[in-house]
Design a binder for this molecule. Structure first.
Ligand SMILES: [Zn+2]
Length: 299
């Protein structure tokens, strides 16, 4: 179960009308209260996401004002701050008092990839629950059954989403499969080709910071498959591209995958810093082009 799903289930357990008082049991999932929480329509359960790249201080202030009021109809008011790692210090400070002394019958839930992503002042005021990433095959099943993602696509995305349903769904924008095919074909053609080609590919794919993370995950899946296809071809993630992967693996120098892998990790680190996304892709693609050319220069 993902963090957001768990937070919703918690809100249901606190408010389920089929339960007498707080028995500590599970929510029924069927009463009007549970159903409205599940569909995001319950007035006492608020899910707050960043307005833009970060939570704004006025978003947090507004939430705190709301929390100070009594619940409309539920037993508890529940506020879920999804992606709390994107609370900047100002917004976080505005939240501290509510975290320290929450109004009566109020529960504030914060989700984040890891505790270390939050400010220490926040963490010290929260009770922590840790979640393991969802195994890729379970994630694929969730995507298929609960979100109607076609099987082949579900497997692919699951392999790349780092065990998070939220991330997987975000990765699956319109045209994702097509864009993925273009990128991976571009990568295959890139290795060993002149630098200009790397720059053209970077220009085509550098749309924005948010997307670069997915592109890097795609690049990593391709490089991983290049290494895997030599030894266990049936275990590649990009199954629809197996023939292309085999061809590329036969053509590229053996150390290519290793160099490409470290170039991708480097790109991820630079993305975490504040480097311009296009610059990150340019550097990465130039490195891939150079890594693929090795055999030609060595021969
Ligand atoms: Zn219920």
């Amino acid at each position: 179960m993902g963090k957001r799903t768990a937070a919703r289930a918690f809100a249901m357990a606190l408010n389920c009308t089929a339960q007498e008082g707080l028995s500590g049991g599970d929510a029924c999932g069927a009463c009007s209260c549970c159903r409205r929480i599940a569909s995001g329509l319950h007035p006492d359960v608020r899910v707050l996401e960043p307005a833009g790249k970060e939570f704004r201080i006025d978003q947090v202030r507004e939430l705190c004002r709301e929390l100070a009021l009594r619940p409309y109809e539920g037993r508890y008011r529940v506020a879920l701050l999804a992606g709390a790692e994107r609370l900047n210090p100002h917004a976080a400070n505005a939240l501290l008092k509510a975290l320290e002394e929450p109004p009566e019958r109020t529960v504030i839930v914060l989700t984040a990839p890891q505790g270390a992503d939050l400010l220490p002042t926040i963490v010290s005021r929260c009770r922590q629950l840790r979640f393991k990433p969802i195994a890729a095959r379970h994630l694929a099943a969730i995507l298929e059954r609960a979100h109607g993602v076609p099987a082949e696509e579900a497997e692919l995305i699951a392999a790349m989403a780092g065990g998070s349903v939220t991330r997987a769904l975000a990765m699956r924008g319109a045209g994702w499969m097509e864009r993925r095919r273009r990128l991976l074909a571009g990568l295959a053609g890139l290795a060993g080709s002149p630098p200009l080609r790397a720059l053209v590919l970077a220009a085509e794919f550098s749309r924005g910071r948010a997307e670069i993370e997915d592109l890097l995950a795609l690049c990593a899946s391709w490089v991983r498959d290049l290494a895997v296809v030599r030894v266990e071809p049936e275990r590649v993630w990009n199954r629809d591209l197996r023939a292309e992967l085999e061809a590329a693996a036969g053509r590229l120098p053996e150390e290519f995958a290793l160099r490409a892998w470290s170039a991708i990790r480097q790109a991820e680190r630079r993305l975490a810093g504040n480097v311009n996304p296009r610059g990150i892709l340019e550097t990465l693609f130039l490195e891939l082009a150079a890594a693929g050319a090795r055999r030609a220069t060595a021969a």
